[in-house]
Design a protein around this ligand. Sequence first.
Ligand code: S3P
Length: 168
Amino acid sequence: MIIFLIGFMGSGKSTLGKRLARKIDYRFIDMDQYLEEKEGMKVSEIFKQKGEMYFRDMEKVFLETLETNDNVVIATGGGAPCWGQNMDIMNRKGVTVYLKMSPGSLAIRLEKSHNIRPLIEGLNPDLLRDYIEQKLHEREPFYNKAQCIVRGENVKPFHVSSLVFGDD
Ligand code: S3P
């Protein structure tokens, strides 16, 4: 089975994904990292040198070509569910879990790491907060198509595994 963790930048998809995969003995793929390795450059460089649409196309091809006969947890990029048919593809190929977080929690986390994320690079705290509120508003209709929704603030691997497998 494929378990897709989705949610806004900074919602903790990669950290939780690694722990969840270890707990349930699945492989783990960090989608951004996979695409960085494929392209031989950081996501921020891909955005700068090739443009956002090139990156969105890489995300789409990655999801379209995923084999479904694999046990894997995938931490997706925050924008991936919000382009084209990606959310439908993920819902068809596996189980989608949305790590839902408030704009305030996201702002606190992203202030520490905004310089490595091309869409929010260099924003001051006020602009960052505005950006998160607006973007989350635009993106939630996509995220809300997830089959499972959990609050991301204090989520633990067992919360997700019990939702997905109905055990624990
Ligand atoms: C993006 C989120 C990033 C990365 C890229 C674009 C977005 O992933 O894919 O910078 O559009 O929200 P994370 O959610 O892992 O930061």
